[in-house]
Design a protein around this ligand. Structure first.
Ligand SMILES: C[S@@+](CC[C@H](N)C(=O)[O-])C[C@H]1O[C@@H](n2cnc3c(N)ncnc32)[C@H](O)[C@@H]1O
Length: 215
C-alpha cells in the first residue's frame, strides 16, 4: 500500500494505467493533478467510463473502502471517489517504447511518475526495459520521484482465460537499470507471492520510490 506521506507535488503522471484506478487512490491525496495513460484504446475507454461514472463502469467501491480504511477512515470512500474523478485531468495514449511516450502530446515535466506492473508487461527484454525506463524519465523533473510496483521473476499472468507474457526481472537488474537511468532508490519493499496463487508465476512484488538526480 502507498500511505500518503513524503511524495507530494502538483502533477503526477501514471504510466500504463490499464483499466485500473487502485494505484491512484492514495496518490490523489498528495497531488493536485493526475494524468493517466495507457497503450490500448480499450483500457483507456474503461478508465474513462469509471471517471465519468458511466453505467457499466467497473465497481471499485470495495477497493476504495479498503484504501480509505488503511488511510484511517473507511467512511470517506465516496469523497475519495469524487476527489479522484476531479483530479484525473486527462487519459492519454502512451507507448513506453517511444522516446516521446505521449506523442503527439507533450507535457511539462511532472513532480512524480507512477507506474505499476507496466514496463515488465510492455518490454520483451532487459535492453528494451532499460530504454523504456529512460523514455518515461523524460517526463519527470530532476529531483522528482518515480514510484513503481514491479513483479519479480514473472513469466506470465492470466486475465480471465487469456495468458499474457511478462519480462522475467530480478531485483538487481531493476536497481541497476534505475541507476543507469540516473535514479537514487530511496525506499524498497519486497512482498513475497502467496504459494497458492495460480493467476501468475511471479515470485514477489517490488515496490519502490526513487528520486531522479539533477542533470
Ligand atoms: C499488467 S497491466 C498493469 C495495469 C495497471 N497499471 C495495474 O497496475 O493494474 C500492463 C499495462 O501495460 C500496458 N502496456 C503494454 N504495452 C505498453 C506500452 N508499450 N506502452 C505503455 N503501456 C503499455 C497495457 O496496456 C496494460 O494496461
Amino acid at each position: 500500500r502507498s500511505k500518503p506521506g513524503g511524495v507530494k507535488g502538483d502533477t503526477l503522471i501514471d504510466i500504463g494505467s490499464g483499466p485500473t484506478i487502485y494505484q491512484l487512490l492514495s496518490a490523489c491525496e498528495n497531488f493536485k493533478e493526475i494524468i493517466a495513460s495507457d497503450y490500448t484504446d480499450r483500457n483507456r475507454q474503461e478508465l474513462e467510463k469509471w471517471l465519468n461514472n458511466e453505467p457499466g463502469a467497473f465497481d471499485w467501491t470495495p477497493v476504495v473502502k479498503y484504501v480509505c480504511e488503511l488511510e484511517g477512515d473507511r467512511e470517506k470512500w465516496a469523497e475519495k471517489e469524487d476527489k479522484l474523478r476531479k483530479k484525473v485531468k486527462q487519459v492519454l495514449k502512451c507507448n513506453v517504447s517511444k522516446s516521446n511516450i505521449l506523442a503527439p502530446v507533450s507535457l511539462p515535466q511532472a513532480d512524480c511518475l507512477l507506474s505499476t506492473l507496466c514496463l515488465e508487461a510492455a518490454c520483451k527484454d532487459l535492453n528494451s526495459y532499460r530504454a523504456a525506463l529512460k523514455n518515461i524519465s523524460s517526463l519527470l523533473k530532476p529531483g522528482g520521484h518515480l514510484v513503481m510496483v514491479i513483479v519479480l521473476k514473472e513469466t506470465y499472468y492470466m486475465v480471465g482465460q487469456r495468458r499474457f507474457s511478462c519480462l522475467y526481472l530480478e531485483q538487481e537488474s531493476v536497481e541497476e537499470a534505475l541507476r543507469e537511468a540516473r535514479y537514487d532508490v530511496q525506499c524498497v519493499e519486497v512482498t513475497p507471492n502467496r504459494p497458492e496463487s495460480t493467476f501468475s508465476d511471479f515470485e514477489a512484488v517490488l515496490s519502490l520510490v526513487a528520486c531522479k538526480r539533477p542533470a
